[in-house]
Write a protein that binds this ligand. Sequence first.
Ligand SMILES: CC(C)(COP(=O)(O)OP(=O)(O)OC[C@H]1O[C@@H](n2cnc3c(N)ncnc32)[C@H](O)[C@@H]1OP(=O)(O)O)[C@@H](O)C(=O)NCCC(=O)NCCS
Length: 395
Amino acid sequence: MKALEGVRVLDLTRALAGPYCTLMLADYGADVIKIEVPGKGDDTRAWGPPYIHDESAYFLSINRNKRSLTLNLKEPEAREIFMKLARDADVIVENYTPGVVHRLGIDYDSVKAVKPDIVYCSISGFGQTGPYRELPAYDQMMQGVGGIMSLTGDPDGPPMKVGIAITDIGAGMLGAYAVMTALFHRARTGQGQYLDVSMLDLQVSWLTYQAGAYFAAGSPPPRVGAAHPNLVPYQAFKCSDGKYVNVAVGNDRFWLRFCDALGRQDLAQDPAYAQNKDRVRQRAKLVGILEQEFKKKPVKHWVQVLEKGGVPCGPINDMADVFSNPQVIERKMLAEMDHPTAGRIKQTGISIKFSDTPGEIKSPPPVLGQHNEEILTSLGYSRDDVKSLKQSGIL
Ligand SMILES: CC(C)(COP(=O)(O)OP(=O)(O)OC[C@H]1O[C@@H](n2cnc3c(N)ncnc32)[C@H](O)[C@@H]1OP(=O)(O)O)[C@@H](O)C(=O)NCCC(=O)NCCS
């Protein structure tokens, strides 16, 4: 038995934010029916190259464990099918531009009329209220609007975005958390509800200690590259082979261990660097000294020495390093499966390890409309009905 077995999710999402939300539900056993535009499907089916035998690597990475149903929701008959499915569903997740679900007649109130305890989650760029609500949104712009790009990158360089679309994935995770919290509430009270999740709220809520620094100082915190605004040394240092080592001296105990590992007792004994607040104030001078030290040996040496000394540290791995790392392999974070058209594919594994109801990769990402017949016949349509619905462009 999976933790979410028997929970049916109608998944009206595409791109990354919504599909990541429903991936989190699907991985732990929910029956996720991904509803896609006929003939085209999720936009990310076209996001590439790279492709694996015509399947977009992007799409494949976030849509396993889901079933695909094509429905042209602008057609009344398709809406009828959707509402039949909604009657038996527990959760709906959508990430259209706000306003679209109302135009399609599948908004919360319409679904609630046929399924009063539905948990209905909308994920959008700016939320369902406020002056920006109707703006379309992608991670690229949201990392800027929400403030994270102003904090990322070198002090003298241009603002940078994080190398993964964190605003999308974060909003997707927030959506999954919202759905689970609402299902918990529904289990206790029998009541469903509407959940309004936005990429903006997600990002602003993530500003946490940087927002705290701004509120305290009254001026926006500067970019500090691969360093930390409130901790020193807590950054990447260049080594003799041109590679970088990350060092995270998060308290004064680690500072002593760090000096020990480096063989710099002079620094450990220097009262000017004894406490983190001193080191933050003396950042430029101290980091200058440490930069010279790290330039003397290659990254492998420093990782070994610091690890042995009990200092939090690590190399900066690329994808090849990550997916050959023994810890990543041991944690089953590299998964493989057979796909009907792409063949054997690899992707990231199941992230949360449940003791009694572990998540599972039970099916590969679906091809477009792969489950049309299976789903419609379960609603009572015949195979001939499915054929004619397809011919008339409803499926
Ligand atoms: C992602 C986004 C920018 C894409 O914008 P877009 O391509 O204009 O897509 P929309 O959501 O506005 O939908 C476009 C049209 O497709 C239609 N459509 C979508 N699914 C359909 C279906 N199954 N059948 C028929 N029509 C469908 C909609 O009705 C809409 O048509 P309309 O404007 O005539 O009503 C936008 O959906 C958005 O901002 N979403 C919220 C934030 C988000 O999740 N961003 C992506 C993060 S990865």
